[in-house]
Write a protein that binds this ligand. Sequence first.
Ligand code: BGC
Length: 394
Amino acid sequence: MRITNPTIFYSVLLLALLHVGCKENKKESQSEMETVKTDSKQNPIEETVFGEMPDGTKVKKFTLKNEAGMEVDVITYGGIITRWTAPDKNGLYEDIVLGYDNLEQYLDGNPYFGALIGRYGNRIADGKFTLDGNTYNLATNDGDNHLHGGEKGFDKVLWTGVAKNNEDGASVELTYTSQDGEEGYPGKLDVKVTYTLTDDNELDIQYQAVTDKPTIVNLTQHSYFNLSGRLTEKVLDHELHLNADSFLPVDGGLIPTGELRQVSGTPFDFKEPKLIGAEIEADNEQLKLGLGYDHCWVLNQGEDDFSLAATVHHPKSGRFMEVYTNEPGMQFYSGNFLDGTLPAKNGGTYAQRSGFCLETQHFPDSPNQNDFPSVRLDPGETYASRTLYKLSTK
Ligand code: BGC
């Protein structure tokens, strides 16, 4: 069609220009939409029943999923991560955390597999500490010392779980109120832990707590990883890097002596990636005390406080994990007390050193060591801790 009337010609031209302009705008707003985070990503979160407590209370299981195909199962008993799948270099998703198939096994005796630890992750010497002149007595559930919150720590309580989709991914929010005096600790402590699985294969764990009396808090997560996906095999063939120039030597009860010792020239030097098995059997007094690695490393804090603390690479599968935290310490535990008696998820048993833990935390026994960063929490303050585990391959 030829347009001869100039008025019509210019009108058509104007319309055409407007149309192109609109298209350009649309394109812009579309690309804006891609980068703007939505309120709800609607990644699927499945909620099922994992089992029943002896009194009949149901324990829920939340399965967080992401677009990449990763899945993380979290139960309301102990806030335990019971399963976590990650791809190897060929894209094969396998479970990378030790644990059990059913609740009964968790209730039967569990070396803190996958659990939330509190009120105090790690040890307090003689189960005693003093705050504002008052001495508090805690359970001595690890020889003469207090370990991981006592007889019934946060790993053995029922949390309230709520599934949430937020802008970062699929989340489950766990809350628990620890009563004043529970396990000997002062103050009523309201705790919230949020696990969020992002589409970048990150599990972001955010901890918050408030108290109504001065108290102490040191929360952590106790997943035992085996990046090979062969959960009963030893992790000695994993390469570990710890961003730490020093570690805390311990006494016979695994209580820090108070010294910060340089790692250079010792089997505790993971400043460059090194096989976990490379020096674990070295003739070293500290390794003998821990039956392997069971020590807290003093992290080199990044400027923004939330920084890369550790990496682990399993060359055969290609799985690679990064750990970011705002905590000053990292307990690296090489699964030394696993003894081949506990039943594994896919058959067999968990051999010694078939899993490693990277527990981000304040230093062990801080309430009794004035030179360590404080673990005190006062009314009106909010305890906030964050750890992010990111999985990829290389
Ligand atoms: C501790 C180990 C302890 C283990 C219990 C770790 O966090 O460092 O000494 O045996 O927890 O499973």
